[in-house]
Design a protein around this ligand. Structure first.
Ligand SMILES: Nc1ncnc2c1ncn2[C@@H]1O[C@H](COP(=O)(O)OP(=O)(O)OP(=O)(O)O)[C@@H](O)[C@H]1O
Length: 291
């Protein structure tokens, strides 16, 4: 399978701050790829480097087998990018902003733009300054999608969108993905990654800490255990205490279930619940693992 994105050993430092240090990842054509990480991890830095919007220190970035430095214009023509902040000239009307974005591609995008505005309920006659954050985000979506590119790069697209619009947005993405487009999406919303992405990379403090299919990433062999009737966790390896209240102890457990049950059966317990961790708890495991 050919790759849409190839990043090799990307390093970007800002004057005083670490940006990213040694990111390498490939995204196959047609994939729906998630990019997750805590605040300041380096998601936007990676994305801006991919688009040539900031100057990297070292490393190579190829999009559809073209080099971002030498073939930037051709690459950008085939990308729909939605930045994390939706900023436009405040006095312009929505229709003018959308037309200006289409002009940059030297394309007549009017048909697709109208369809997107209808589905996202965008009022094209309003001025930017009259719009809420969510409504400005919707204009960013239209600008990123109206020229029907082969690669869509979205940096935290859903913050500020109401649940109905989030659903419509992901329907739009699923449709273009089904017809062959590649999607690269950074997000803090783990359920979005689980529901829509095939693969994902997790970034922390400028470095990738995991990269796999989403189904593998969410399979951690860790159980969440709640035990009643005791005040302290059983003393066996693989336990990470969460909290205890009154006579109930909550902990995460990674190890032999038989050993856990044998140990608990020798304690004065009154009840036990063993469940799959939530999505947040599963990903927290990655964020904490490297500490
Ligand atoms: N223009 C800049 N000047 C100086 N430091 C910067 C700049 N942009 C980003 N950084 C630093 O680079 C690191 C990575 O930031 P980046 O914005 O890429 O993270 P992020 O994962 O997108 O975060 P968030 O989820 O909060 O948007 C942070 O330590 C940040 O402070």
């Amino acid at each position: 399978m050919e790759n849409a994105i190839e990043i090799e050993n990307l390093v970007k430092t800002y004057k005083k701050a670490r940006g990213v240090s040694g990111i390498s990842l490939n995204v196959e054509k047609g994939d729906f790829y998630g990019f997750i990480g805590p605040n300041g991890a380096g998601k936007s830095t990676t994305i801006r480097s991919m688009l040539g919007l900031i100057q990297k220190n070292s490393g190579t970035i190829r999009i559809f087998n073209k080099n971002i430095e030498s073939e930037k214009v051709e690459i950008l023509r085939n990308i729909g990018y939605m930045p994390s902040e939706a900023m436009f000239y405040p006095r312009m009307r929505v229709s003018e902003v959308i037309q200006m974005a289409a002009n940059a591609y030297r394309m007549d995008c009017s048909e697709k733009a109208s369809e997107l505005c209808e589905r996202l309920k965008v009022d094209v006659n309003k001025r930017i300054e009259e719009l809420s954050l969510g409504n400005r985000k919707k204009i960013s979506i239209v600008c990123a999608m109206q020229h029907k590119p082969d690669l869509y790069i979205f940096d935290e697209p859903t913050s500020g969108l109401d649940p109905l619009m989030q659903k419509e947005f992901f329907s739009l993405l699923s449709e273009v993905n089904k017809s062959g487009a590649t999607i690269f999406l950074s997000s803090h919303v783990l359920s979005e990654i689980q529901n829509y992405c095939n693969h994902a990379a997790i970034i922390k403090e400028g470095k990738l800490i995991a990269m796999d299919s989403v189904s593998n990433l969410t399979k951690t062999n860790t159980k969440k255990v709640i035990v009643k009737g005791i005040h302290e966790e059983p003393s066996i390896p693989g336990i990470k205490m969460l909290h205890s209240e009154n006579d109930t102890v909550h902990f995460m457990y990674q190890g032999s279930i038989k050993l856990l049950l044998t140990t608990l059966s020798n304690m004065e317990i009154t009840d036990v619940i063993i469940e799959e961790p939530s999505l947040d708890e599963t990903f927290m495991h990655y964020y904490e693992k490297t500490e």
